[in-house]
Ligand binder design. Structure first.
Ligand code: RB5
Length: 145
């Protein structure tokens, strides 16, 4: 199950993503926000990320205007590896190398078609492990200090 979240800057993109996931019969929970009314993204991003970190959701997708605010907030949660992605190469690489568990997108930055292509790649690419595991362990060690 996926977790979706946004602020007002990412609301329209989140709704497009929901239509896409519905068509693909991919289940998700919407953590809000639920309109284009101005809201503060940290609470939404942190709430969603804590649920992903606890294992209650497989992965999360967060949208704000640039994707930057939600990625900063999400990465403060222990166990979260949030990736701000704006191209297909990074979508693939951040799953293969970083085992990213939250995808951040800029609703005011990327077009709908690119966003959906990124999501498709990100959801369908596996972590390749090997020497990348050691690097993720180094980040986890720092988090656990
Ligand atoms: C909201 O205006 C905007 O600051 C927010 O959506 C995001 O881009 C923050 O990084």
């Amino acid at each position: 199950m996926l977790a979706l979240g946004c602020d007002h800057g990412g609301y329209r993109l989140k709704e497009i993503i929901k239509d896409y996931l519905d068509k693909k019969s991919i289940q998700y929970k919407d953590f809000g926000s639920f309109s284009e009314e101005s809201v503060d993204y940290p609470e939404i991003a942190i709430n969603l990320s804590e649920e992903v970190a606890k294992g209650n959701y497989d992965k999360g997708i967060l949208c704000c205007g640039t994707g930057v605010g939600v990625s900063i907030a999400s990465n403060k949660v222990k166990g979260i590896r949030a990736a701000l992605v704006g191209d297909c190469f990074t979508a693939k690489a951040t799953r293969e190398h970083n085992d990213s568990n939250v995808l951040c997108l800029g609703g005011r930055v990327i077009g709908e078609e690119l966003a959906l292509m990124i999501i498709d790649i990100w959801l369908n690419t596996e972590f390749i492990g090997k020497h990348h595991t050691k690097r993720l362990d180094q980040i986890a060690d720092y988090e656990n200090k």
